[in-house]
Design a protein around this ligand. Sequence first.
Ligand SMILES: Nc1nc2c(c(=O)[nH]1)N=C([C@H](O)[C@H](O)COP(=O)(O)OP(=O)(O)OP(=O)(O)O)CN2
Ligand code: ZN
Length: 149
Amino acid sequence: MQSCDLLPSPSKPRTGHISRSMTFSACHRLHSNSLSDEENKRIFGKCNNPNGHGHNYKVIVTVRGKIDPVTGMVMNLTDLKKYMEEAIAIPMDHKNLDQDVPYFKNVVSSVENVSVFIWEGLQQRLEEGLLYEVCVHETDANIAVYRGE
Ligand SMILES: Nc1nc2c(c(=O)[nH]1)N=C([C@H](O)[C@H](O)COP(=O)(O)OP(=O)(O)OP(=O)(O)O)CN2
Ligand SMILES: [Zn+2]
């Protein structure tokens, strides 16, 4: 059988994953209020510089769910775009993460914790069980993946 002869199996439920990406720019400093200045310098090195440094973050959010047989969608990506604006761009774009985002007042603004922050913000907006993965590229080489565990 050739692929152009394939017919759909409408009764078979299908699970799909869909993703949307977004970029934002922010500055931060790796610093823990639970550590002494010496420990901060030793652990975080140049990233503990009080002047901070900036990143162009890239975030990829993946949702997982049933492909609705009527709409053909797991969810409308236009809705996901809105939720990502609210949970990522509005709180963090062109901000100082440590000073402007209350979440990071006593939480180190590592890429791991940025991915958790995004997860929590999206969980509040998405239907339960839909959010699958938040992937944050802090640089081309430094990447965190969080799946809510
Ligand atoms: N586990 C983590 N380690 C580091 C994080 C982090 O968020 N989680 N963050 C940083 C720095 O904030 C930043 O990402 C710089 O890291 P570095 O790898 O040194 O990046 P550079 O681009 O400056 O270095 P290259 O030489 O270009 O690789 C550090 N660690
Ligand atoms: Zn950094």
